[in-house]
Design a protein around this ligand. Sequence first.
Ligand SMILES: Cc1ncc(C[n+]2csc(CCOP(=O)(O)OP(=O)(O)O)c2C)c(N)n1
Ligand SMILES: [Mg+2]
Length: 558
Amino acid sequence: MRNGGQLLVECLVALGARKAFGVPGESYLAVLDALHDTHGKLDYVLCRQEGGASFMAAAFGKLTGQPGLCMVTRGPGATNAAIGVHTAMQDSVPMILFVGQVGTDMKGREAFQELDYRAVFGTMAKWAVEIDRIERIPEILARAWSTAISGRPGPVVVALPEDMLTSMTDAAPLRGPVEITEPHPDPAAMERLREMLAGAERPLILYGGCNWKGQGTRPIQRFAEASDIPVVSVFRYQDQFDNHSPSFCGEAGVGMMPHVKALIREADVILAINARFGENATDGYTLLDVPQPRQRLIHVHGSDREIGKVYCPELAIQSGPNAFAEALGALAPVKGRWGAWRAEGRVAYEAGFDLPDLPSPVDMGKVCAHLRATLPEDMIVTNGAGNFAIWSGRFLKFGPEARLLAPQSGAMGYGVPAAIAAKLVHPAKTVLCFAGDGDFQMTSQELASAAQAGAQPIILVLNNGIYGTIRAHQERNYPTRVSGTEMTANPDFAALARAYGFHGERVERTEDFAAAFERALASPTGAVLDLVISPEALTPRQTLSQMREGALAAGKGR
Ligand SMILES: Cc1ncc(C[n+]2csc(CCOP(=O)(O)OP(=O)(O)O)c2C)c(N)n1
Ligand SMILES: [Mg+2]
């Protein structure tokens, strides 16, 4: 006999769980008690705020392909954790959020901190469930795990009424991990796909999504290079294809580069692999017509619920990304006259790295050039949301070993917890977080979690004193009327870092960055570099004043 908390933890260990990120609550004491004895097998990573914990779980899922586990208490804990659930959903990342719940004897009375989690998370998560019979813990955990990792991966929320955890049962724990093979593409469909590509004037490969494993997109790269076809990543998945490949032409994301827009618009056949057609990848659903694109669309996805969701493909192939990549790599290359078109895209991509001097004490163009030259091939880069994210997103190159953990949800505050999770998974790798000053302050308390866990990344705070993204929108729409976007009382970020046991430094000039970064790399306690950035240098090619002047010239403002 064991209590429900022990049964749950034993099932998680059997499923292969290694880490759970959480903030404690009296609602799940029996789970915490069971975790007392699992050190080295399943570690509880203690966090300071549930938003940080759920971001860590979402990032863990993105990095490993295993569900990132998050454990939080009732109402207040669960609502704090919602940001990670939403982010995992938009990112198609496997995650399981466990939430304490009031006992079944008082449910429905609006008891202390009570929430209906199925209602709250019903439209946010892939699946939300409450366990109401202790013997069903193994069944529901197995289903939660498979649901999180299969098809289009996503977050599952499991509510745990207190008596489900404290009462005793002789139900047997799960015996082993859930292993799910991917659906494989139909050979006849692959033939048809090859014919469509071979008959194209300008074929384009668009890829995205998370669950790349093993060789990942390598077979796609072989086929694309042999066929001279350009490849574009959807928003924030540029790390999943070798950016050094002559086929790689950039990212279809926020502030999409004109040549990427042109590639998508001008393509006559688009092979979309493991991609979800989001607002950013389609430039607000304008690059392809809804629901019937002008381009002949081949959509490959592991989930039947993604195929045909927005666009009607001419050919739909339900297949896992890795199985599909293998099948594509095995096809004979196609030949056509689109090579010059691909080359133009690549030249434009490369030209994007050439920047003018920026009007800023620390010039991020030069900082990124230094980082491109010196960061190791197996770097893990993270960022949250803000204008600063353009530097990690567009001015680094991701080779086959590198990873980028960045939220498709545009959630500020993701970068720091994601970097901590990455450092826990890969302690020996260089993990570098890009944060804005606003973005950093959303989750900077997790520096304490990092110090406690001994997982201390390097964090660059791009400190411009403003909520820059919103300020830019403000200047374009309501020029000169600055409202609610200036942070005039930021802390001393280097001192704050030192208070948390990190190495902390303020960098005031571009020429001081390289030495400061050396010290950050050498620091055994991670580092926070506070980079002094001018608000004028908000984008690589347009200053804040130019945005304002442009808007005034266009007759905006009072
Ligand atoms: C959690 C959350 N809150 C608010 C926003 C809206 N938002 C998007 S970017 C941004 C400003 C980011 O400021 P900062 O981190 O300083 O970066 P900067 O744009 O200045 O480089 C805001 C408020 C968001 N995306 N996420
Ligand atoms: Mg800022």
